[in-house]
Write a new protein. Structure first.
Lengths: 230, 234
């Protein structure tokens, strides 16, 4: 168990319809920015959902030394049929922030993702990149201690991806712990302090980012990195 | 001149001069069916949304029940409401039988399952898309149901329209609980049935035209509004 771990996972398992999606994962997460890597179907998204309490594990435990406030950003942003601003305010309402603060907090958050000018626009009509930034603003406004992101740039163009990376880095700079998945290895290199490599529902490797890319310790991770298209 | 074309001509004249008796019948129809639809939406939409997102024992049975009740025969609803409201019935003391209010009650009962079942379908589809995001933000199921009702407001107009269409077009229930009393509870459908059996085809035809026109125009307006709203909000 890591000394500074903010979450310790022990023998976590999730079985659905006879399939072991997560198969006895034990991990100590202590880094500020952790990126979970692994092939499709390895269980990365499922692991994130277990940590975010969207799913209940079949076995094992999640041990939180201190309960962290969380927010999650999904691969496809879910926007309500209202303005971008009201979408951010909706999150604040549900989390019980003071009503007098809604508007100011939401506007500040939109400004930090560079979207103050579209606050009054219908959220659903924004571009995919803008919608994802509104989703980030909605999460950021809640001032979470842990922000979980499931392939946040998977369906975005390079410019939007850069912007989303900038925003995530800024959120991390404010002290929020980041836990994310990606299929973009360059992004993993840029965003991670530590890499957790998952394969077939098992945690295969957990190493600092430089070590992972220079000298992966397991064959599975070596094979995964060799598949990268330069 | 054949009976049919003659009837058409007289029917058109009745509509053209906005015959007072005809107008009263049309207005009563609209009042009864619009009020019934409003009540059905107020009750049926929250029920539908909770059936879509809720988790409670008997939920599946209720879904099957509401789906089945969509095909409720109007005469049976009329009969049940008649028994409830008749002098000897449990609600007899209010003296509502053979009044427009009785007709509203009967149509509301007829239409509520339709609105609830269609709402459940719309909200269930949205729920599968929104579920994780709403739970991530900490929305309770009741809150999620309310959010999805608001978010699906344009799609839900179809559920309301289906309910209204059913209400304005049915004869059996309003005939039984309203009694088709001239000037009091006579609506378009009951008048058409009565006048046809009496052989007064022009009035029946005129009402038939109006009935179809009303239903088509309300649908057209709702369709246009929905299209506008969806372009506006995505």
């Amino acid at each position: 168990m890591g000394v500074n771990a903010w979450l310790t996972i022990e023998k976590l398992g999730l079985t659905e319809g006879g399939t072991r999606i997560i198969d006895g994962v034990s991990l100590s997460l202590g880094a500020q920015r952790t990126v979970v890597l692994g092939p499709n179907g390895a269980g990365k998204s499922t692991l994130l959902r277990l940590i975010h309490h969207l799913l209940h594990p079949s076995t094992g435990i999640l041990y939180w030394p201190r309960r962290l406030s969380q927010a999650m950003v999904f691969q496809r942003p879910v926007m309500l049929r209202t303005t971008a601003l009201a979408n951010v305010i909706y999150g604040l309402k549900l989390k019980g922030f003071a009503a007098a603060e809604y508007e100011r907090r939401a506007r500040e958050s939109l400004a930090r993702v560079g979207l103050e000018h579209i606050a009054r626009r219908p959220a659903r009509l924004l571009s995919g990149g803008e919608q994802q930034r509104v989703a980030l603003a909605r999460a950021w406004a809640l001032e979470p201690e842990l922000l979980i992101l499931d392939e946040p740039t998977a369906s975005l163009d390079p410019a939007s991806t850069r912007e989303v990376e900038r925003i995530i880095a800024e959120i991390a700079a404010g002290g929020t712990r980041i836990l994310m998945t990606t299929h973009n290895l360059g992004q993993a290199r840029r965003m991670a302090d530590e890499i957790v490599f998952i394969d077939r529902g098992r945690c295969v490797e957990q190493t600092p980012v430089a070590a992972f890319f220079n000298l992966p310790q397991t064959e599975a991770a070596q094979a995964f990195l060799q598949e990268e298209i330069p | 001149m054949t009976t049919l074309s003659g009837s058409f001509l007289t029917a058109w004249q009745l509509v053209a001069v906005a015959d007072a008796k005809l107008a009263a019948i049309v207005l009563l129809s609209l009042r009864v069916s619009l009020t019934a639809t409003l009540i059905a939406c107020t009750v049926g939409m929250p029920i539908g949304a909770l059936l879509a997102v809720g988790r409670f024992p008997g939920r599946r049975a209720l879904i099957v029940l509401f789906n089945g009740l969509m095909g409720l025969p109007p005469v049976v609803v009329g009969l049940l409401v008649y028994l409830l409201l008749s002098r000897a019935g449990p609600l007899g003391q209010f003296g509502l039988l053979f009044s427009p209010e009785a007709m509203i009650i009967a149509q509301a009962i007829l239409v509520t399952p339709i609105v609830a079942a269609l709402t459940r379908q719309v909200v269930a589809d949205a729920w599968s898309e929104y579920r994780e995001q709403l739970r991530s933000l900490g929305a309770s199921r009741t809150r999620a149901a309310a959010t999805l009702l608001w978010d699906g407001r344009f799609s839900l107009s179809t559920a309301a329209l289906a309910g209204f269409g059913r209400a304005i077009a049915e004869v059996g229930a309003v005939m039984i609980v309203g009694g088709n009393i001239d000037g009091v509870t006579r609506v378009m459908t009951t008048t058409i049935a009565l006048e046809t059996s009496k052989g007064d085809l022009p009035l029946a035809l005129a009402l038939g035209f109006i009935l179809i026109t009303v239903v088509l125009s309300i649908n057209a307006v709702a369709y246009a509004l929905r299209g506008w709203a969806e372009r506006r909000w995505g």
